[in-house]
Write a protein that binds this ligand. Structure first.
Ligand SMILES: NC(=O)c1ccc[n+]([C@@H]2O[C@H](COP(=O)([O-])OP(=O)(O)OC[C@H]3O[C@@H](n4cnc5c(N)ncnc54)[C@H](O)[C@@H]3O)[C@@H](O)[C@H]2O)c1
Length: 263
């Protein structure tokens, strides 16, 4: 028996390593899952690997009609929705030179699509006497990061959305929480660094546990928030960041070695 037996989940951004791992862990714990992403080349095979418990819906999350199709598919195929995981993101960021159009596009996907989809799944959750919504935020929503402005501000907004929706939906038995990953192995890091080893080496400078997170480590926190073990948590932000947010400005590695010791 899995802790999510009989539950139905929708996972957005499910073509990403993190999104696919979340869908897989939800299925492994007994849930049926609808995977949604605009990237069908990676999303469709990810869903196929999960067998009968999973469906893929090619979805542009900035299109409200596509969100209706997604919700309708979950109802038709699996009978309703108990769990929503908002995990899609765009990384548009030209710092303060970012065009108004790109600011709108980043907020539209990273924040507004989370909120609109939450609104669309709530009726089904109420019909099923409650639910759990998990928003993937980031360490970037809590600390500034070199070379970035737009993406971190959208992630800070995700944390605000989580707090406000958490209090708003508590009376309906719907809990809303965030997971804030640290640097995690992903398709974009694979493209940027070429190898997991190089990514781990760089992450070891600022994640005290000494490496990138595995996507499955983010997924395990999502499973916890999706199920009854987290029954008294709402509006919270669960850090899965290898200690990133706990670290002071000295950082680890080279910067730390440059600080004179007192003895
Ligand atoms: N990788 C990290 O280090 C890290 C750290 C903290 C938080 N996160 C968060 O984890 C999640 C996954 O990110 P990732 O790093 O794996 O990046 P990613 O680019 O691989 O994943 C983002 C996903 O969102 C999808 N997407 C983008 N626009 C869409 C649209 N209009 N409609 C539907 N889907 C769309 C993409 O196709 C992609 O599959 C994001 O929410 C990200 O902010 C990642």
């Amino acid at each position: 028996m899995g802790e999510l037996d009989g539950k139905v989940a929708v996972v957005t951004g499910s073509a990403s390593y993190i999104g696919t791992a979340i869908a897989a862990r939800l299925v492994a714990n007994g849930a049926q899952v609808v995977l949604a992403d605009v990237d069908a080349d990676n999303g469709r095979p990810a869903a196929a690997e999960l067998g009968d418990a999973a469906r893929f819906v090619e979805t542009d999350l900035s299109d409200d009609k596509a969100l209706d199709v997604l919700v309708e598919t979950a109802r038709r195929e699996f009978g309703g929705i108990d769990i929503l995981v908002n995990a899609a993101a765009v990384f548009l960021d030209d710092r303060l030179a970012t065009s108004r159009e790109d600011w709108h596009a980043a907020f539209d996907l990273n924040v507004i699509s989370f909120a609109v989809l939450m609104g669309k799944v709530v009726p089904s959750m109420i019909e099923r006497d409650g639910g759990s919504i998990i928003n993937i935020a980031s360490i970037s929503g809590k600390q500034s990061q070199p070379g970035r402005v737009v993406y971190p501000v959208t992630k800070a907004a995700v944390l605000g959305l989580t707090r406000n929706a958490g209090q708003l939906l508590a009376g309906d038995g719907i809990r809303v929480n965030a997971v804030s990953p640290g640097w995690t192995w992903s398709r974009s890091l694979a493209n940027r660094y070429g190898s997991r080893e190089r990514g781990d080496e760089l992450a070891a400078e600022f994640q005290p546990l000494g490496r990138l997170a595995d996507p499955e480590e983010i997924a395990d926190a999502v499973v916890f928030l999706a199920g009854d073990r987290s029954s008294f948590m709402t509006g919270a932000d669960l850090a899965v960041d290898g200690g990133y947010a706990a670290l002071g400005p000295e950082a680890l590695g080279r910067a730390f070695e440059r600080i004179p010791t007192i003895d």
